[in-house]
Design a protein around this ligand. Structure first.
Ligand SMILES: O=C[C@H](O)[C@H](O)[C@H](O)COP(=O)(O)O
Length: 235
C-alpha cells in the first residue's frame, strides 16, 4: 500500500498535520488508505501521550490499524456527533472558482461507502493528500459499490449514462473484489466529468448502487503534503 520517495513523505506530512487538529475529547472519523494511515499512527502516538479520543473506523483496514496503535474505538450509532473526520482521496479537484472545487473521487480501496457515511456525519471533514491527487479536470473512474445481484443491471444503466463499467477484480483471489460490506465494485469511466454533482445524483438514483465514490460538497479542507510542508485548501 505504501509508496516510496517524495510521495510517501508528502503523505506523511499531510496525515501528521491533520492529526494535530484532533483535540482532547474528540470523536474522530478514521478514513482508509495509505495517507490516512499516517494520521491514524500520529493520533495513536498522541493517545499514548494522554490524549483522550474515540475513533470511528471506516474499514477493516483502518479499524485494525487503530487497534494496533491504541486508539479507543466506538461506532456511529453510539455517538451523538463526530467532531472531525480525516480521510484520503484518489482525486481532489483543485480549480478555484469552479463549482467542482474540492470535489473528491474516493474508493480506490473499495471503502467509499462507509467513508462517505462517516465523513459526511462529521462536523469537519479534512482530506489528506499528496500533490499527485490534485487535478483541475476530473477524468478519473468512479467506483460504485453495488449489490452482487445488481452488478449486470447497474452496468447496463452506466452504459445508458454514457459510461463504461468494469467489475473490479481481486489481485490475489480468483473473482471480484468483495467490499467490507459484502458487495462488488464497478469502476466506471465517463471521460471528463464536467458536472460531478449531476453525475453524483444520477448514480445515487440507480437501484442496486449502495454508494459511489464521488464526494461533492463534503470536504471542508484538503491538507496537501509537499516537499517542504503542507498546503491547506479551505472550502
Ligand atoms: O477506498 C479507499 C479510500 O477512498 C482511500 O481514502 C483512497 O483510495 C485514498 O487512498 P491513499 O491515501 O492510499 O491514496
Amino acid at each position: 500500500m505504501k509508496t516510496d520517495g517524495g510521495t510517501d513523505a508528502a503523505k506523511r506530512r499531510a496525515g501528521e498535520r491533520a492529526a494535530e487538529d484532533v483535540e482532547d475529547g474528540f470523536v474522530v472519523g478514521l478514513g482508509t488508505g495509505s495517507t490516512t494511515a499516517y494520521a491514524i499512527e500520529a493520533i495513536g502516538r498522541r493517545v499514548g501521550d494522554g490524549l483522550a479520543v474515540q475513533g470511528i473506523p471506516t474499514s477493516f483496514q483502518s479499524r485494525k490499524l487503530a487497534l494496533e496503535v491504541g486508539i479507543p474505538l466506538t461506532s456511529l450509532d453510539a455517538v451523538a456527533s463526530i467532531d472531525l473526520a480525516i480521510d484520503g482521496a484518489d482525486a481532489v479537484v483543485d480549480a478555484p472558482g469552479s463549482d467542482a472545487h474540492g470535489t473528491l473521487v474516493k474508493g480506490g480501496g473499495a471503502a467509499h461507502t462507509r467513508e462517505k457515511l462517516v465523513d459526511s456525519a462529521a462536523d469537519r471533514f479534512v482530506v489528506v493528500a499528496d500533490p499527485s491527487k490534485l487535478t483541475d479536470r476530473l477524468e478519473r473512474s468512479v467506483p460504485l459499490e453495488v449489490l452482487p445481484a445488481a452488478h449486470t443491471v447497474v452496468a447496463d444503466r452506466i452504459r445508458d449514462l454514457g459510461g463504461e463499467p468494469s467489475l473490479r477484480a481481486a489481485e490475489r483471489k480468483d473473482g471480484p473484489v468483495v467490499t467490507d460490506n459484502g458487495n462488488l465494485v464497478l469502476d466506471c469511466t465517463f471521460g471528463e466529468i464536467e458536472e460531478p454533482a449531476t453525475l453524483a445524483d444520477r448514480l445515487s438514483a440507480l437501484p442496486g448502487v449502495v454508494d459511489h465514490g464521488l464526494f461533492v460538497g463534503l470536504a471542508d479542507a484538503t491538507y496537501v503534503g509537499t516537499d517542504g510542508g503542507v498546503e491547506v485548501r479551505q472550502y
